[in-house]
Write a new protein. Structure first.
Lengths: 120, 120
DNA sequence: TCGGAATATTCTTGTCAAGGAATACTTAAT
DNA sequence: ATTAAGTATTCCTTGACAAGAATATTCCGA
């Protein structure tokens, strides 16, 4: 996974921008600033970050910028999450039980080690 | 969405930890440190962050900690992404074509013209 | 009780990101 | 050419965060 996508989304204002565009379709930088109560310069800066991360498209129209969502990074994030769904179905319920039992009983470390990787 | 989840994942080492656990099932802090070539203190610190974000479960067993994945935050992230899929199906394919055309790329003219607002 | 293994905590330092304020740039209209 | 709107950039300050190093803590076994 791309940490650029994640850190771009990790900032609350930027996350709000993404959600605003998701719901509203397309906006101008000034419109975004108004709707989210941000100053224009910080809005521009946040959009620069989002644009660098490939999360938005910026179309210059006259002296405005039309901001739209760009699906790809979010789709990649989705694909990454997909790699977890398999695990959740196969393994997790059983592993959970196993750990519960480990904690309930007094056990020695050798029994624990046989779980995943043999060592020592 | 919870920005805590996102910023926890936005750090490369922490993302690697999550992927390691996803693939390997369960690990000890020391094992994680060895596998990812991290020092023990930073591994502990990263795991504290992951634990605070609810991304991992920490089971004390003797003087070790058994680390396992905790599905919930990733499932919430997944649910958040779900809110975008609807948009992508309804709206985006059409909008994408529109933007392609704005940029001067060759597209199927029939598809473009039958869009709603042919502005140009 | 002591030693050693596994993990936690503290302190320091460098880096980087975010907001505020001021200013520069670009475009359209007149 | 001038003006005003929209946006970009710069400078500054502040706070958060991550790594490194050193030390503290907890637990087990002998």
């Amino acid at each position: 996974m791309n940490t650029a996508t994640l850190s771009a989304l990790a900032e609350p204002n930027r996350l709000h921008i993404i959600e605003l565009i998701r719901d509203g379709g397309s906006f101008t930088i000034g419109e975004i600033a108004v709707r989210l109560n941000l100053n224009q310069p910080q809005t521009s800066k946040h959009l620069r970050v989002l644009s660098d991360a490939g999360l938005v498209d910026v179309q210059p129209v006259a002296n405005r910028r039309i901001i739209t969502l760009r699906p790809q990074p979010l789709q990649e994030l989705d694909a990454w999450l997909e790699t977890f769904r398999r695990i959740w179905e196969d393994r997790f319920d059983r592993l959970d039980d196993y750990l519960m039992e480990l904690q309930g009983k007094e056990q020695n470390p050798d029994d624990i080690n046989k779980g995943s990787g043999g060592e020592k």
